[in-house]
Write a protein that binds this ligand. Structure first.
Ligand SMILES: Cc1cc2nc3c(=O)[nH]c(=O)nc-3n(C[C@H](O)[C@H](O)[C@H](O)COP(=O)(O)O)c2cc1C
Length: 219
């Protein structure tokens, strides 16, 4: 397969939630995780750890937690209410979200990116002011892996629902106490198509110099 350009990858990386059962070869998994490890982190601490879940029983356990969290968050009702209108695109998203809730354990690969809290984060005052640093030290790695999946012809979607049962997830994964999970990526060869993604236009979301000045616009 010819290498894809970075913009082609970004513009076609949409949330994919239905997967073929075909296993993802270890050398491909290694490429995905390595792409994650190329990301930046605060002070280059690299306090991350990537749980690669491929065993059917472990996937079932992780899937059960995701489902339980989706139930607790009334995910299905929320999605049906949000996308229940006549908009066909919305209906397709709703179906895909509900499909994932019901079938997530069928994804042949799951990656759970984790981060070890730095000592400074144990101080509540520091955490209150700088808490965002934590996510900022793992989500670049997560996005790298999502883009790597796309480039390798694999589908995935960033999910976070399982965090409602963080302790159970850590128990299932055998994670030491100092680690926190930051996402659950179900991964597999997709049955749906890649992008293009639908996003707000730049003119709607970018401002020049001070809030309210349009970008692009005249200087
Ligand atoms: C922080 C975050 C949490 C998300 N959590 C979930 C989730 O729990 N379940 C799910 O199916 N999708 C989840 N998503 C995927 C979003 O719904 C999806 O990326 C968004 O709708 C854009 O979809 P598109 O790329 O197909 O346009 C999450 C995305 C983000 C960024």
């Amino acid at each position: 397969m010819a290498e894809m350009g970075i913009f082609e990858v970004m513009y076609s990386t949409r949330a994919l939630r239905r997967f073929k059962p075909d296993p993802v070869p270890d050398e491909i998994i290694a490429k995905i995780v390595e792409a994650g490890t190329q990301a930046a982190s605060g002070s280059n601490d690299q306090n991350w750890l990537f749980m690669v879940v491929t065993g059917a029983e472990q996937r079932a356990r992780v899937g059960a937690i995701y489902r339980k969290a989706a139930d607790r968050a009334h995910m299905t009702d929320y999605i049906k209410a949000k996308f229940g209108g006549p908009d066909r695109q919305g209906q397709l998203i709703a179906k895909s979200v509900v499909h994932l809730v019901e079938h997530i354990q069928e994804a042949p690969l799951m990656i759970v990116p984790c981060l070890k809290s730095s000592a400074a984060m144990q101080d509540p005052k520091f955490r209150e002011r700088m808490g965002r640093l934590e996510g900022a030290s793992i989500y670049p790695a997560i996005q790298n892996m999502i883009l790597a999946c796309r480039a390798l012809g694999l589908g995935t979607v960033l999910t976070t629902l399982h965090a409602l049962y963080e302790d159970e997830m850590k128990e299932v994964l055998g994670l030491p106490a100092e680690y926190t999970t930051w996402a659950l990526l179900p991964i597999g060869y997709p049955t749906d198509k890649f992008g293009p993604v639908k996003r707000k236009p730049v003119a709607e979301v970018a401002h020049r110099d001070r809030f309210g000045n349009p970008w692009p616009g005249r200087r």
